[in-house]
Design a protein around this ligand. Structure first.
Ligand code: NAP
Ligand code: GDD
Length: 323
């Protein structure tokens, strides 16, 4: 029988990769899409799946529309990827971030509890919940210490998922994913900001690149690998929480070096430090331990940072050349 899936945040980076994965597996894929005045489906076109999705209007802040989407899609699986996901913006829009990334999760869980309790649920939790890290390498047992309104809102989303699992016996899992990137990454995130700038500088369309804290360290993986972990979580008999990471951490500075190197440039000649890009409270370092995901899900990252950055650089070089 064809399985039905509902993806919130289907127009985002992970939504596009996950939609492709599920369509390739034969799912009927529904996407909750918020009303926007400009085109938001470009990633789905890039993945070649725009026409294969059933679109349902709705917004995570609007409980009625979320409920309607659950009823209409009659989903076997729901993947809650929708979020205001840019950490820096969460200080400018703390309330919206709290509603969408935090309370929005309850809207969805309540709809499932009331109208579709057999549905399996995935919550897009984040390594930002570890924030001011309490262990050198973070796993499912590391205490949380969020450092931004985004991290705080996501922590609510994580715990309400655990709570609905324990209170109502829902098959609700939380994936605590570390940073993952791709050519479809939003331009405001540091990896795409760097690969886009390196491509523009190489092609004479930009002179320099202004960045903030380039000593920050992140555990970066490839989005295409990480959506497989999401799917695997919902195929388990028991719902649970899983850290998904590579187990390697790298500075933003080193990431710049790899990107600029790829096009024969030295990042030191172009990168300028601009206080405007520093955050009110920084997450200095993240390093995940994916041992449980490997043991229980059989999941391992397939793409190292060098390969990932080269993939992004190649895509940006082509895109910038066409502009
Ligand atoms: P993304 O590219 O920013 O996509 C976010 C998606 O959420 C977009 O489809 C966006 O729609 C949608 N959205 C935003 N506000 C909404 C609202 N009020 N109602 C309905 N939809 C709304 O994020 P991503 O990188 O794919 O990440 C997917 C999820 O994983 C997010 O929840 C993020 O917080 C979480 N996460 C990401 C990472 C990472 O490194 N990428 C790591 C850990 C966790 P529009 O396109 O219309 O704006
Ligand atoms: N965006 C950005 N722009 N970040 C910069 C810049 C800059 O100019 N300069 C330095 N950085 C540093 C940030 O301060 C941060 O320490 C690091 O680069 C990564 O920033 P982002 O790429 O914006 O990602 P993030 O780690 O804050 O958040 C991403 O990963 C989380 C998982 O850990 C997002 O995808 C979140 O949604 C996700 O939950």
């Amino acid at each position: 029988m064809t399985k039905s899936a509902l993806i919130t945040g289907i127009t985002g980076q992970d939504g596009a990769y996950l939609a492709k994965l599920l369509l390739d597996k034969g799912y009927k894929v529904h996407g909750l899409v918020a009303r926007r005045s400009s085109d938001s489906r470009w990633r789905l076109r890039e993945m070649g799946v725009e026409a294969d999705i059933v679109y349902l209007d709705g917004d995570m802040a609007d409980a009625c529309s979320v409920q309607r989407a659950v009823i209409k899609s009659a989903p076997d699986e729901v993947y809650n990827l929708a979020a205001q996901s840019f950490v820096a913006a969460s200080w400018d829009q703390p309330v919206t971030t709290g509603i969408v990334d935090g309370l929005g999760v309850t809207h969805l869980l309540e709809a499932i509890r009331q109208f579709s309790p057999h549905t399996r649920f995935y919550q897009a939790s984040t390594s930002e919940m570890f924030g001011l890290i309490q262990a050198e390498q973070q796993d499912e047992n590391t205490p949380f210490y969020p450092r931004s309104p985004y991290g705080v809102a996501k922590l609510y989303g994580h715990w309400i998922t655990v709570n609905y699992r324990e209170s109502f016996n829902l098959h609700a899992s939380s994936g605590i994913l570390f940073n993952h990137e791709s050519p479809l990454r939003g331009i405001e995130f540091v990896t795409r900001k760097v690969t886009d700038a390196a491509a523009r500088i190489k092609q004479g369309k930009q002179q320099e690149l202004a960045l903030g804290n380039i000593d920050a360290k992140r555990d970066w993986g490839f989005a295409g690998d990480y959506v497989e972990a999401m799917w695997l979580m919902l195929q388990q008999d028991k719902p649970d929480d899983f850290v998904v990471a590579t187990g390697v951490t790298t500075t933003v500075r080193e990431m710049c070096r790899i990107a600029f190197d790829h096009v024969g440039l030295n990042y030191r000649d172009y990168v300028k430090i601009d206080p405007a890009f520093f955050r009110p409270a920084e997450v200095e370092v993240l390093l995940g331990n994916p041992a449980k995901a490997q043991r229980v899900l059989g999941w391992k990252p397939k793409t190292d940072l060098d390969t990932l950055i080269r993939m992004m650089m190649d895509a940006d070089m082509k895109r910038v050349a066409k502009e």
